[in-house]
Design a protein around this ligand. Structure first.
Ligand code: BJ8
Length: 425
């Protein structure tokens, strides 16, 4: 497509063209500095580079073509929204969480200043007319997780067609019952919007598609656990970010091909960094695209990231939906059960998360854990204390870094990361 036809497409979505041009310019430069400058990237990474270069181009064109064929576009902000139901009704689901500061000032006219950067970002992108994904959506699905999101959705709902799923806050049998009802209520909403019905056959197929995407990410995570690790943490984070908006079948195929290349590299004993490079794991809040600040700081300070304990990481891929169900009801039960395993910090108590962090730290043979908390994120800030204690008892050094999307604290963060690496050595 030509630049003119892209601009016509963005204009048809009512984007602010000049602000959007500025955003793409910054994104391109940032990507070049952080990703293209890496040494020893495999050929399979070209898929990532291409998808990212077309993030507001070809993928949006595909979404608009799907819409023209009568398919509905569903936008989400949380890994609790079951993509399987959207796929079973021939919808396209895309993640709308945003990881950039653009639109922050506009956002602060609608949500308080002391709101986390992730929320401000999606609100700001909408108000500043910067996000072609948000503008392509037929329905945006929010959820009752943290207070910041819940209240922001009330304001966001004035600007876009929204639906809210009630996510329980505990894992009791009563909470599981409520969640199953919510899954059914959401399914009925999608059915009435699309004029189609979820059948056992369609849902089985959708479950397999989403599970396959989780399986390939599990495969990738197993491969990167090798010492020396064959892939940078930055690249794996990007892969996880892209999994939220690229076509699931294309994504799974491309990442399987990349995993084949990683296996070759492992067989030759090659790593992307020297064997004795300190191995760190990130834990905490999700890092939405293009939030690459902290991984870049860590990996340019002489460490490598080998795991992300977050929703844009293993929290989203650890559990599969049981595929043995035969009837629609059995499949819906399996779906509800799988999502109830998510160990988001919005749950109380949330001891499974501590177990998961400890076993990840062991399996990935990490030298340390960096807890990443977005400023003003209460759930993850609170759990930071427990996580730190658990890791100390486990003998794994850890540190907590609180930040946002601005670049003002880069030097300060770098100093703290370097000091942490010194203590590990
Ligand atoms: S399942 S982690 S995607 S809610 S960073 S907005 S928690 S104040 S993103 Fe999340 Fe679903 Fe949980 Fe995952 Fe609030 Fe914290 Fe901001 Fe957050």
């Amino acid at each position: 497509m030509t630049q003119e036809s892209y601009e016509a497409m963005w204009e048809s979505l009512n984007l602010d063209l000049s602000a959007h041009d500025g955003l793409l310019g910054v994104l391109g430069k940032f990507y070049g500095d952080i990703y293209m400058s890496q040494q020893g990237r495999l050929k399979g990474m070209e898929y990532l580079d291409f998808v990212l270069s077309e993030v507001h181009g070809l993928r949006i064109k595909e979404l608009l073509e799907a819409k023209a064929q009568g398919r509905k576009i569903i936008g989400t902000f949380c890994v609790f929204v079951p993509e399987e139901l959207a796929l079973a009704l021939d919808c396209v689901q895309v993640g709308l969480c945003a990881g950039a500061d653009a639109g922050k000032e506009a956002a602060e006219t609608l949500v308080p200043r002391n709101t986390c950067a992730l929320i401000k970002s999606f609100v700001g992108f909408k108000l500043a007319r910067l996000c072609p994904y948000t503008e392509s959506c037929d329905l945006i699905v929010g959820e009752t997780t943290c207070d910041g999101k819940k209240k922001a959705y009330e304001a966001f709902g004035e600007l876009a067609p929204m639906y809210i799923m009630e996510v329980p806050q505990t894992k009791t049998p009563a909470a599981r019952k409520l969640w199953k009802e919510e899954v059914l209520r959401y399914m009925a909403t999608l059915e009435s919007m699309t004029g189609k019905k979820v059948t056992a056959e369609k849902l089985a197929k959708a479950i397999k598609i989403v599970n396959d995407r989780r399986r390939v990410l599990q495969r990738l995570n197993k491969l990167r656990a090798t010492v020396p690790t064959p892939i940078s943490g930055r690249d794996v984070l990007l892969i996880n970010q892209i999994s939220f908006y690229d076509d699931p079948l294309r994504f799974t195929g491309a990442i399987n091909a990349l995993c084949d290349q990683l296996e070759e590299r492992i067989k030759k004993g090659e790593g992307v960094v020297p064997q004795d490079t300190p191995r760190l794991m990130l834990s905490g809040c999700p890092m939405a695209v293009p939030n690459w600040k902290l991984p870049f700081i860590i990996e340019s300070s002489g460490a490598v990231i080998v795991g992300e304990e977050s929703c844009i990481g293993t929290r989203n891929t650890r559990d599969l939906v049981d595929e043995s169900g035969q009837t629609l009801d059995e499949m819906l039960d399996a779906l509800a059960d799988r999502y109830m395993h998510i160990d988001c910090a919005c749950f109380t108590p949330n001891d499974e998360r501590l177990e998961n962090i400890e076993s990840m730290a062991s399996e990935l043979k990490v030298d340390g854990v960096v807890q990443y908390t977005l400023m003003f994120c209460q759930p993850y800030a609170h759990e930071g204390f427990k996580v730190e204690k658990r890791l100390t008892d486990h003998g794994t050094p850890s540190m907590i870094l609180e930040t946002d999307y601005s670049m003002e604290d880069v030097e300060q963060l770098k100093t703290r990361v370097e000091a942490f690496l010194e203590t590990i050595k």
